[in-house]
Design a protein around this ligand. Structure first.
Ligand SMILES: C[S@@+](CC[C@H](N)C(=O)[O-])C[C@H]1O[C@@H](n2cnc3c(N)ncnc32)[C@H](O)[C@@H]1O
Length: 246
């Protein structure tokens, strides 16, 4: 959320953003953080999956104060739909737009996303890449500590087809009692590159797009901050933000 504010400030100067739309919102954690951060802020979460939205209502929305809950609106619909009022920030996170696998599909989504933004509004997406991401059957295991217990999860890069850039990924879990949820989440995406995405943003009518890279120099005062850049190191695995300005 801090990053969304930075991206908006760097596009619009001092003007403060109040409205946020979270496309592919899932359990809409971003909407919840947004309305908690300021009484003037409103959020709209959009997702196709009613069951996922319901989980969010029961487990995320219910933890907010009732006044905060009233500032969140949820729409069970396709993200490729114009809605009013327009917003200051459109967040499309977790690489979700990669499920649009062709140029016409992604262009259509970007045009509609642009139409859902106010003048000067920003669309914020994350992207990943690097040579390691193309390795098939590669597994990255992580342990999450939660109180005394916690759990393990693993991110599996199952396949990558260099002919059409189709890629499949899965997330599996192992819990403290030994039980497992294998391939609980699956993602079948096109592995888009940054220049392809920026060209489509321009075609969709966005006035500018910027790539933000994270400062990973531990000796620098700016360590961990994000800045616009026109070149970046070819790390084996990276994540960046792409910000498009209406
Ligand atoms: C990768 S998940 C991201 C969820 C959330 N942003 C997060 O980070 O936890 C993708 C979400 O997009 C939703 N989705 C997929 N296609 C969609 C579409 N065309 N319109 C709206 N939602 C869609 C799925 O139901 C799923 O909740």
């Amino acid at each position: 959320m801090e990053f969304f504010q930075q991206a908006y400030r760097e596009a619009n100067g001092r003007k403060k953003p109040t409205s946020l739309r979270e496309d592919f919102c899932g359990t809409f954690a971003v909407c919840c953080e947004w309305v908690k951060s300021d009484k003037a802020r409103q959020a709209l979460g959009v997702d196709l999956c009613g069951e996922t939205l319901q989980w969010g209502r029961e487990n995320n929305l219910s933890k907010l104060q009732s006044e905060e809950q009233k500032r969140i609106k949820l729409l069970e619909q396709d993200v490729r739909k114009r809605n009013r009022p327009m917003v200051d920030i459109l967040a499309a996170q977790n690489f979700s737009f990669w499920l649009f696998k062709t140029r016409p599909q992604l262009l259509e989504y970007f045009k509609i996303a642009r139409s859902n933004l106010k003048a000067g509004g920003v669309m914020v997406m994350d992207m990943m890449g690097g040579g390691d991401c193309y390795t098939e059957e590669s597994i990255d295991k992580r342990t999450i500590k939660k109180g005394k217990r916690g759990f393990q999860y693993w991110w599996e890069q199952a396949s990558f087809n260099p002919v059409n850039a189709d890629a499949s990924f899965y997330i599996s879990f192992k819990f403290a009692d030994g039980s497992k949820l294998k391939r609980a989440f699956e993602y079948h995406w096109r592995f888009w590159t940054i220049p392809e995405v920026r060209e489509l943003l321009e075609e969709a009518g966005f006035s500018e797009s910027h790539v933000y890279w994270e400062n990973d120099d531990e000796d620098s005062d700016d360590y961990g901050t994000w800045a616009r850049g026109t070149d970046a190191p070819s790390n084996p695995s990276w994540i960046c933000y792409v910000v498009a300005i209406k």
